[in-house]
Design a protein around this ligand. Sequence first.
Ligand code: MLT
Length: 263
Amino acid sequence: MVEFAGHSVSVRHDGQGPAIVLIHGYPLDGAMWSSVARRLADRFRVWKPDLPGRVDNPTSAEGSMSSYADFVQAVIDSADSPVGLAGFSMGGYVAFELMKRRPAPVKALALVDTRAASDDEMGKANRQAAIATVRAEGLGPIAEAMLPKLLSADGMKRADLLERVRRIILRQSPQTMESDLTAMRDRSDSSDLLPLLSLPTLVVAGEHDVISPPGEGRAMAQKISGARFVEIAGAGHLTPMEKPAAVAQALGEFFERALSPKS
Ligand code: MLT
């Protein structure tokens, strides 16, 4: 249980070993990490919390990255040990917000299919249009618009994967999606943070990611001292669901080295 905003929030975690916390993206919840978490749980204690306003987290979503970061901070504090933190896409934006506060327990950082830049004017207008859609029509059109951006062309042909991603999206509440879109629209630029990061960092991107393309991931890694970059072959944006074995291998090797007592 994690105490947050006057609630006791049940946060799923599994396995034994050093603690790692996996933060999900939009328009998703912690279940997007399930296949990766299962593979890591033989060596790590793995948390994959739902951010506020989702299935296992009844606290209200406040529409800001800093409120999401407050919640992740509470999860990290509950682990009561050094942690490795991985943020996927919007989860990476939350991780950047948290890293600006230099949280002592975070010993290693994985930035998965994410970007440091904030939204430009066009990006902000697109968020506003998505907010109008979600208010007027709910999650259906959001799911259909997002699926081809989340998955590669090959991923879109896998009926089981498509169904799993669609199911996660359709169970989100319109209010929470409006909160995510507002938080992403208004997030601050984190580019200046990159050269200041002084902890082991891994950057991961899918070969065919159209939301945070691998070229941007590689450039981001070059701005972080000592960071490694791993490209996930054959995957789109949603690498943890499309290629969980490759993502688990990259994260497992990285966190094992970075969180070992000798490092
Ligand atoms: C995500 O995958 O979390 C979002 O698509 C990121 C974004 O839209 O900027």
